[in-house]
Design a protein around this ligand. Structure first.
Ligand code: SAH
Ligand code: F3S
Length: 479
């Protein structure tokens, strides 16, 4: 089984948060990237101050929110199907209000109200602080829309309600938006221009999480390596910064260093890295701090120089391979994963073979693989015909997935016989007698529970594996 975020996490509902004084119920469902899941926690926090507790029972809801994804057409179709279900429930409960958040809200704006009659509220990713006002409008019988993208908003001052959390690992967002303009991607249109969050507020959130018992954080951004704090403002305006601001600016390597030092017991991960922005000092910061996990999600999308160029990915195949070589040199046991797109416009069999041979070179630990889906408004949609037949896309995707499965198995086999540190996150899905957690490379490890508990760092001897999971036995606590 390959790990495909949209498939495994789709429609996860959030667990309850309760404040005795609150009288209304919010049901919130999230789709797509980790940022959406993290944003839903911010939304729950904003609304908990306005009288809402969260519920996991749709029928009990006064307000239903769906945090949406536009990355591929299928993600949008899934949300539209869910709206049909909400509509059926609303017929029984006329007072229930329905709101759409996230990337589809931003992409479709007012059109949403016309296309989906059930929707009362449309709110883009930068407008969540306006939710209380918008809800007042909705309660007075109007529909309400705010899809204004911001130059500043990072929600740095909001302490998220940790809803979907196991109490062990949490997401901390560090940048919002993206300036990269990959030609296939809708994100720059739905999430706006790139801006970074104040490192001080990041550290405060990490400290707070540690005090609450969390053991692992993932620093989140569309493009974390591009993180740059110079006192606020858009990344693209950095050139206009004062020389003082430039001299004291904090880049991603520095931020990693600061976070790792602030909480040496906390495991640190980050996602996602765009290869064109990943510098050596980031890899060196990872090597320097033991608590930064040896794992990099490094999407490449294609192994063909011609396609990389058409995608506006600003590196070549060779530069990517050099980056991989550097990672392996500095962190020999680093886990590396990919995102791939099969069937980008004009892709030939030769381009596809280049993708397979690049995969052969890297032998990724795992990956997220997709057939190209044309997104309205993107450069690729405007300039290039979606000319690879569906059947060919599917076949190439299958070849990519099959090869990845072989590589995943090759990688998991390398762990056999080793003793590795695992942070226990939850019960294994397959057995209530086993714990599940990840090693530093981000691979799932399951082992008999013994006397250990969720949140423990345990040394596990790896005795068996599938292509996705390591199986082992605990040999003792690691700290
Ligand atoms: N930087 C982001 C990438 C967002 S999209 C991040 O934080 O993950 C995640 C992945 O979806 C991309 O890496 C790409 O492989 C895939 N994707 C994006 N747009 C797509 C499209 N139009 N068709 C198919 N896959 C797409
Ligand atoms: Fe999308 Fe490329 Fe940014 S994939 S999120 S435009 S780095």
């Amino acid at each position: 089984m390959e790990k495909i975020i949209d498939e495994t996490k789709q429609g996860e509902t959030l667990v309850q948060s309760k404040n005795e004084k609150n009288t209304k119920n919010l049901y919130i469902e999230s789709y797509g990237c980790q940022m959406n899941f993290s944003d839903s926690e911010i939304v729950a926090s904003i609304l908990s101050k306005k009288g809402y507790n969260t519920t996991s029972i749709l029928e009990d809801a006064d307000l239903v929110l769906v945090n949406t994804c536009s990355i591929r057409e299928k993600a949008e179709q899934t949300v539209r199907k869910r709206l049909e279900k909400f509509n059926a429930v609303k017929k029984q409960n006329h007072n229930m209000k329905v709101g759409v958040l996230g990337c589809m809200a931003e992409r479709l704006k007012h059109k949403f109200l016309e296309e989906e009659k059930i929707v009362d509220l449309v709110v883009g990713p930068d407008a969540y602080k306006d939710l209380p006002n918008l809800l007042e409008e909705v309660e007075s019988g109007q529909s309400a829309v705010n899809v204004i993208l911001s130059k500043e908003e990072t929600y740095g001052d909001i302490s998220p309600v940790r809803l979907q959390s196991n109490g062990v690992s949490a997401f901390v967002s560090i940048t919002r938006g993206c300036d990269n303009m990959c030609t296939f991607c809708v994100v720059p249109f739905t999430r706006g221009r790139e801006r970074s969050r104040d490192p001080q507020s990041i550290i405060e959130e990490v400290n707070d999480l540690w005090n609450k018992g969390f053991k692992e954080i993932t620093l989140l951004g569309q493009n974390v390596d591009s993180y740059l704090w110079y006192g606020g403002g858009l990344k693209k305006d950095f050139k206009k910064a004062t020389s003082m601001q430039k001299a004291t600016a904090v880049n991603f390597a520095k931020l990693l260093d600061m976070v790792a030092k602030a909480q040496p017991g906390m495991r640190i991960r980050f996602s996602t890295s765009n290869p064109q922005d990943m510098t050596l000092d980031v890899i060196e910061a990872m090597a320097k701090h033991e608590n930064i996990c040896n794992y990099i999600h490094l999407p490449v999308q294609s192994g063909s120089d011609r396609i990389l160029k058409a995608m506006n990915r600003l590196h070549t195949r060779k530069e990517y391979m050099q980056l991989i070589d550097n990672i392996r040199k500095i962190i020999p046991d680093c886990g590396i994963s990919q995102d791939m797109i099969a069937g980008f416009p004009t892709e030939t069999e030769e381009d596809h073979q280049d993708t397979l041979s690049l995969m052969e070179y890297v032998k990724y630990d795992f990956g997220f693989m997709f057939a190209y889906s044309e997104r309205p408004g993107t450069m690729a949609a405007r300039k290039l015909e979606d000319d690879v037949p569906e059947k060919v896309k599917k076949r190439r995707l299958q070849e990519i997935i099959a090869l990845q499965q072989r590589h995943s198995l090759y990688r998991t086999q390398q762990h056999l016989g080793k003793v590795e540190e695992v942070l226990i996150e939850k019960e294994s899905k397959k057995s209530d007698k086993h714990w599940a957690g990840r090693n530093t490379q981000n691979t799932m490890v399951v082992f008999p529970k013994g006397d250990y508990k969720v949140g423990d760092f345990v040394m596990v001897k790896i005795t068996d594996c599938t292509s996705a999971t390591l199986i082992g036995e605990a040999v003792g606590l690691s700290k």
